[in-house]
Design a protein around this ligand. Structure first.
Ligand code: ATP
Ligand code: MG
Length: 183
């Protein structure tokens, strides 16, 4: 699977709906300070089911919604869609029926998040499972954000182990075990 398209609306500084194509291979995001590079990466992680506002540089989940500027009113919702190319059919069992997988997360102020998988409502867990099994979870080492290299160097053995498990594609097992324990 690889990321093919990213669509955002109302997410942080990306107030107007916009769509970006993501080519295969390594992608770098460049631009002047404050133009929204980190916000883009956070949009991807958020759509992948990131549950911690802190790791999205916010105090609460609603902080991902465009907060308004002197010239523009704030928005009431944010929506991000990630389209994945699954033509190689490497998605985990249960997700592997289509050439393309579209994951959408939407948040409304005060109402929390809702997720869709190829247009159908689903749970956050389903989305997290899809990515955790593919070594591409929201904390994946494939997404290198600012300060990340330093954090890895300074990480504790336990944190580094989590990183290795993610890279090895076995992080999904923990998600499944947790889910089994809840049931
Ligand atoms: P740098 O080069 O300094 O790392 P960057 O390109 O990574 O900058 P970001 O941190 O992605 O920039 O974007 C910061 C901008 O996003 C700031 O102008 C900030 O006000 C804006 N921003 C963040 N959250 C929101 C929000 N909820 N609503 C509106 N604007 C927001
Ligand atoms: Mg940045």
């Amino acid at each position: 699977m690889h990321f093919e398209r990213l669509r955002l609306a109302g997410f942080k500084s990306f107030v107007e709906a916009c769509e970006l194509r993501i080519e295969p291979g390594l992608t770098g995001v460049v631009g002047p300070n404050g133009c929204g590079k980190s916000n883009l990466l956070e949009a991807i992680r958020w759509a992948m089911g990131e549950g911690s506002p802190k790791s999205l540089r916010g105090g609460a989940m609603d902080d991902v919604i465009f907060a308004g500027t002197a010239a523009r009113p704030s928005r009431e919702f944010a929506e991000v869609t990630l389209r994945l190319d699954n033509s190689a059919r490497t998605a985990p069992a249960g997700f592997n029926d289509d050439d393309q997988i579209e994951v959408t997360r939407r948040i409304e102020r005060g109402l929390g998040s809702a997720y869709r998988l190829n247009g159908r409502d689903c749970r956050a867990r389903d989305i997290q499972m899809l990515f955790a099994d593919n070594a591409t979870g929201a904390h994946s080492p494939a997404l290198v954000s600012q300060g990340r290299i330093g954090a890895i160097v300074a990480a504790s053995p336990v944190e580094r182990r989590a990183l290795l498990e993610e890279a090895a594609g076995i992080a999904g097992l923990h998600v499944r075990r947790k889910e089994a324990e809840i049931r």
